[in-house]
Design a protein around this ligand. Sequence first.
Ligand SMILES: Nc1ncnc2c1ncn2[C@@H]1O[C@H](COP(=O)(O)OP(=O)(O)OP(=O)(O)O)[C@@H](O)[C@H]1O
Length: 239
Amino acid sequence: MMTARGLAFSYGGTQVLHDVGLSVVPGEVVTLLGPSGCGKSTVLRLLAGLETPHSGVIERDRADPAGGTAFVFQRAALMPWASVLDNVRLPHRLSGRDGRADANAALEAVGLAGMGARYPHSLSGGQRMRVSIARALASGASLILMDEPFGALDEILRFRLNDLMLTLVAERSLGVVFVTHSLFEAAYLSTRVHVIGGGRVVGTVEPALDRRVTGGQQRASTAFGTVVAALSTLLEQAA
Ligand SMILES: Nc1ncnc2c1ncn2[C@@H]1O[C@H](COP(=O)(O)OP(=O)(O)OP(=O)(O)O)[C@@H](O)[C@H]1O
């Protein structure tokens, strides 16, 4: 779906990325893990086209039928004056379409069927994040860039939304590039984890987990422990 190679980027005179590359195909969650300020969000901004790399290339697969890219931020960026349904169908409205059917289907997919008439202020943090994910799904995007989407949620909610994401990725063959601080979340969700330090990929781990096992059983498995240990070692090198 997307391949990036040799990305370098500076803010003013300060180089924050030296050499970052990644690729994502449908059904994959590719995670960027690293200490605060290492450049994870900047990589997402480059992938989203919000910034232009100073060197390196980003190639989007032209054969990708759905083609679109959606962004999900840490704070669910919802319009407070608009209903949940109108928030979710915003991408449709911006391109002159109705979008109700897609928006309702997406709300159902994230477990918020029947909540379309509510307003963001009446939702919990986890529900708001679900609305934000529903908006990304309803937009029809096949590639979703997620910048610490569950960082502000409690552990239980984060676990639930991690499972929801894995289901949606598998069912809809989405590609996801995911940024997180949490090595446990990275281990649980990812097809591949790139650990970033000093603007470079310092190491990559492909969690070899049995994906039929979920929840506490997965997190308590020996395989999971091995992945977490490998990621901690790389994180120590990245810090
Ligand atoms: N608009 C900007 N202008 C100048 N410097 C910036 C800007 N945005 C980010 N930076 C700097 O670039 C570096 C990388 O920032 P980035 O937000 O990509 O890191 P991050 O890994 O996502 O951090 P965090 O995990 O804390 O969100 C940091 O040192 C940050 O201070």
